[in-house]
Design a protein around this ligand. Structure first.
Ligand code: IPM
Ligand code: MG
Length: 364
């Protein structure tokens, strides 16, 4: 009897190396805590373009929909990066998000005190930073129509449509307020309401949802100011809710607070069941890193922390999720470093060795 079915989509670059460690970790958790995970695997992104001419096949999306969770590696690489190409690896990712209805992208950004000096920012600014970004993931300019290039009176022009409807905003707002209650009780909503109509709707809907959570502290920020405050007073942020495009940009900025991009996981979730779990796709933030692919030196921690989020949000296994997070933190505290984390001259270990070190530290 299987308890949970997981579709693994390793993708391109270092994707296969890191997802392999995510699977090994889940298998170890299964043995330790008595759960059975059934894994299946398929290709996506550049690998799928090479094999099938498209970034993801419909049957792959169907398999994802039928699973409890998707563990995603990364897509893309120089071979497929021509912006004029009709098929691009990212299309696989965008199709999964939209077809599976994964509208909430959770990106935790937490500064590990033992790694604080790896950041380009001063330790006193970033120490204690613990932010949960909730980026709306299935609307905005990413999916708004029309989205096209055309020729008008002999001149090329292009149009993208920044679209939001109130339901899309309200569900993100509710999730933000709910998750803030389990944390430090503060929500910051980020928009560009001084210029954009879609942002004025965003702000209006968030302010309609807000009275349902009178115990949660709240502030609105314009995205340009938010970009600044993230560097000036990052500790003040708890939960940040924002639109798809602004969330894309701000989470890359915020990842640099930690100086350890190789450790940041993400979860893309849709509507959750009453018990707080649901289908999710889990993906490290770091991307496919083609420059180090195949060398066995990629940091597996982001994917292992993705596995923790998978346990939490798709399986409802909070204790197991915390066991993984504690083991990863212990490996770091014990001084283990992949090359991306190592200070100059510091001894670095490879992907397998780092993953093994985490498994060795799993309590339970
Ligand atoms: C991300 C990425 C994607 C996005 C790209 C690869 C389409 O930057 O997940 O943040 O823009 O959403
Ligand atoms: Mg991005």
């Amino acid at each position: 009897m299987t308890d949970y079915t997981i579709l693994v989509l390793p993708g391109d670059g270092i994707g296969p190396e890191v997802t392999a460690e995510g699977v090994r970790l889940l298998e170890a958790i299964g043995r330790r805590f008595g759960h059975r995970f059934a894994f299946s695997e398929d290709i996506v992104g550049g690998a799928s373009i090479d094999a099938h001419g498209i970034a993801i096949r419909p049957q792959t999306i169907a398999a994802a929909r039928a699973s409890d969770a998707v563990l995603f590696g990364a897509v893309g690489g120089p071979r497929w990066s021509d912006p004029a190409a009709p098929v691009r690896p990212e299309q696989g990712l965008l199709a999964l998000r939209s077809e599976l209805g994964l509208w909430a992208n959770l990106r935790p950004v937490k500064v590990d005190p033992t790694l604080a000096d790896a950041s380009t920012l001063k330790r006193e600014v970033i120490e204690g930073v613990d932010i949960l970004f909730i980026r709306e993931l299935t609307s905005d300019v990413y999916f708004g129509k029309p989205q096209e290039r055309r020729v008008v009176r002999g001149r090329r022009e292009a149009i993208d449509t920044m679209y939001y409807n109130e339901d899309e905003v309200a569900r993100v707002a509710h999730l933000g307020f709910k998750l803030a209650r389990e944390r430090r009780g503060k929500v910051t909503s980020v928009d560009k309401a001084n210029v954009l109509e879609s942002s004025r709707l965003w702000r209006a809907v968030v302010s309609e949802v807000r009275p349902e959570y009178p115990d949660v502290q709240f502030e609105n920020l314009l995205v340009d100011a938010a970009a600044m405050h993230l560097l000036r007073r990052p500790r003040d942020f708890d939960v940040v809710i924002t639109t798809n495009l602004f969330g894309d940009i701000l989470t890359d900025e915020a990842s640099m607070l930690t100086g350890s991009l190789g450790m940041l996981p993400s979860a893309s979730l849709g509507q959750l069941r009453a018990d707080g779990t649901g289908l999710g796709m889990y993906e490290p933030i770091h991307g496919s890193a083609p420059d180090i692919a195949g060398q066995g030196i990629a940091n597996p921690l982001a994917t292992m922390l993705c596995a923790a989020m998978l346990l939490r949000y798709s399986c409802g296994l909070e204790r197991e999720a915390q066991a993984v997070e504690a083991a990863a933190a212990r490996a770091i505290a014990d001084g283990l470093r992949t090359p991306d984390l190592a200070a100059p001259g510091e001894h670095a270990i490879g992907t397998r060795e780092m993953a093994e070190s985490v498994l060795d530290r799993l309590a339970g």
